[in-house]
Design a protein around this ligand. Structure first.
Ligand SMILES: [Fe+2]
Length: 328
């Protein structure tokens, strides 16, 4: 854990150790107990999933509203919000820190978009950097659409139940079609140390003459699991992948310079780091899939890992920037 926590935190941690040590021990018991549970659940869901009738799309455009990297004049944040646009409509995927940070509102205005035109919202998973801030995460309550300048009563596709006043919320219990010709893998699960079994959905699109595109939020359930589900749902070759992979190997993003991302959300106990070998496995999965275009998220992946991915992937690689629009 040394190196992941700033020196100024250590005296406080030592003081808190009579409470912290038993808490970590108890969390570790839960973590170890659920270790195989997530793997078994995903296997069962993949085995029993039925193909979904994704329509063939001519166009898929992604405008990045919240990301760590950003174009000049835009704000960056360690969260995610992407607007997907196809010839069948639009879907907002995650809302970053929502109204708890000026990032989303500033970037939407700066890019000249009107979220009043959005057809639906999908939340990848119920973490603060995707569902509207850490208060939203703690209370499991989404910000109201009014606060985000979005009309009320739009569909909001959730991976697990949450309070979503002002939205027409639907829990996506299994893979299926959402809005704008886009689909969902349905919830896939990862056992995370502080959060327990964490459900996350990825977005699917079938692109005419190209193949399947898959976009994750944080990618907690791993890209391998998402690809296995995608293969089951749609026989097309994987053409594009985008979004978070969660590889803070040498540092984390933001969050008080604490490198907390290196300790939480990794699928390991906080005293174990994500390693180069872990990244090598993911590089192999992506290269073996034959994916041709990769859009990396820097919100949960450090510069070192992005550099490795950019060099080692056989695909054309872009690093997503807030304010930019990408044609998939
Ligand atoms: Fe994230």
């Amino acid at each position: 854990m040394i190196g992941m926590i700033p020196a100024k935190w250590w005296p406080w941690l030592v003081l808190a150790s009579p409470i912290l040590a038993p808490y970590l021990l108890l969390e570790n018991v839960r973590f170890q107990r659920n270790r195989n549970r997530a793997v078994e659940l995903n296997q069962k869901r993949i085995e029993t999933a039925e193909a979904i009738a994704l329509p063939e799309l001519d166009h898929l455009k992604i405008t990045v509203l919240v990301e760590w990297m950003h174009e000049a004049g835009f704000l960056g944040a360690p969260g995610v919000s992407y607007l997907f646009r196809t010839e069948q409509g639009s879907l907002l995927f995650d809302i970053g820190f929502g109204v708890a940070s000026p990032t989303l509102t500033h970037n939407v205005t700066q890019v000249g978009l009107d979220l009043g035109q959005v057809n639906a919202l999908a939340i990848s998973h119920l973490h603060g950097d995707h569902m509207g801030g850490f208060r939203s995460q703690r209370t499991r309550r989404l910000p109201s659409p009014v606060a985000l300048n979005i009309p009320t009563d739009l569909p909001c596709y959730l991976p697990t139940p949450a309070e979503a006043e002002g939205w027409r919320s639907q829990v996506v219990a299994q893979p299926g079609l959402l809005t704008a010709g886009l689909g969902s893998t349905g919830p896939l699960v990862r056992n995370l140390f502080f959060f327990g079994l964490t459900e996350e959905q990825a977005i699917l699109a079938k692109l005419k003459d190209r193949g399947l595109a898959i976009f994750t939020g944080c990618g907690h359930p791993t890209v391998k699991t998402a690809f296995e589900m995608a293969h089951r749902l749609c026989p097309e070759p994987i053409y594009a992948f985008g979004g978070g992979l969660h590889f803070p190997i040498t540092s984390g993003r933001g969050l008080g310079g604490s490198n907390l991302q290196m300790m939480v959300g990794t699928g390991k106990p906080p005293w174990q780091r994500i390693t180069d070998a872990d990244l090598t496995e993911t590089v192999q999965v992506l290269n073996d899939s034959g994916v041709q275009k990769v859009f990396l998220s820097a919100h949960d992946t450090c510069d070192y890992a992005l550099e490795r991915l950019s060099h080692e992937l056989n695909a054309e690689v872009s690093i997503l920037k807030a304010g930019a629009t990408y044609e998939v």
